[in-house]
Ligand binder design. Sequence first.
Ligand SMILES: [Ca+2]
Ligand SMILES: [Ca+2]
Ligand SMILES: [Ca+2]
Ligand SMILES: [Ca+2]
Length: 415
Amino acid sequence: MNLATDRRPLPVHEDGIWPAGLNGALPNLRAHARLARASVGTFLLIAGVLAAAILLLAVGAGRAESGELRLAAPDKLKCIRRIRSGDALLGGIHTGNRPEHLVVQRCDGLWLSLRVRDGSLRMVSIASRMVPKFRPKAKPFAIPDARVAVGRRNIAEAWLIRPTKRYAHGVLGDAIEAGGLAVSSQRTRRRIDLVLEENQVFEDRLARLADVDGDAATDEIIVVQAHVRRGASLAIYGLKGAPGKEYLHLLARTPWLGRANRWLNPAVAADFDGDGRVEIAWVETPHINGVLKVGRLEKAGDGWRLRELAALKGFSNHVPGSRELQQAVAVDFTGDGRPEIVLPTQDRTHIAAVRFDGQQLQVVDTTAIQGVLDSSLQAADIDGDGVGEVWLINRDGLLQAVQPSLNSAGQTPTP
Ligand SMILES: [Ca+2]
Ligand SMILES: [Ca+2]
Ligand SMILES: [Ca+2]
Ligand SMILES: [Ca+2]
């Protein structure tokens, strides 16, 4: 079924089965889900309310400009505090994954998993301890608000270390930035550190893991590196060396933005133009006149360079002082099989889908959300129709989904 076109209310079930996407990472969830059956009465109440609400929203949502806005929370479930999409963001940056479930936390603290099966919305309560926190437990020298990225290739985990106050910018909620980067090797579990020069910091909360050099074997590390007088740049590191002798190595970075206190926020990494190579998207100065940029890691002599390919103004993927950095996803909005870069507009009242065709960036879809965005963006295909929805919460705690319009495929230029 299609969330955008099916106007019937969804029947709701509590099926006690954890969605497949997290089984590998969190094997205990299935056992916990069985325990959740004990509170069937509670679920029936929630389920009824949610079913009624989905009917309301299916009829009432009408503010979309070209995509389809679907509100997913009724009055009594209205207050949603957080959303997650299972393991799609383990690496810390969205690469186009589309899990078939969504994890939400209500304002009363209860975590629920949502997905649609056979036309029914199924919900399972989960304990908060089962939801990945990505906190740097037992990791010496981690910065206080570090978020650990979890890899599946050569790097097991990555996180930022060596808290320092030597860069007084505080864009991420405190004046503490990182003076170093640490990873653990998947093969040897050995920890490898990199320490920056005294005039630089990692102005970031996490070191993102994604394969951006195209070897399909290693993850590279995407992180915001700032010079105390010249501002931020987007840096890509690699893990090199034989087992037991690995070291972290700067592959490439963009030029410094030019002045202290200028910052950028990485967005997504995926193959947007269909040429088989992964592009990286980021937003420069997201707080004022944010500019979406796309670049690619390319061979340059014996090394690499991060080549900037295109730029477009009018987007923001971070609020000043907020610790929420993940406000962009890669989802196919046009039905051509290639993802678009999906992120908030500068005023955070719309979600834009931006196509990169190999030459330039173009907005192909803009959808008004209800209220103002106040959460991460998550991509999931909870109705299993093969099309990912973009999920978010506004400042009033209202859970919403933006469904791709899939009506622009005909305009897609053939490379
Ligand atoms: Ca790689
Ligand atoms: Ca590409
Ligand atoms: Ca597309
Ligand atoms: Ca879908």
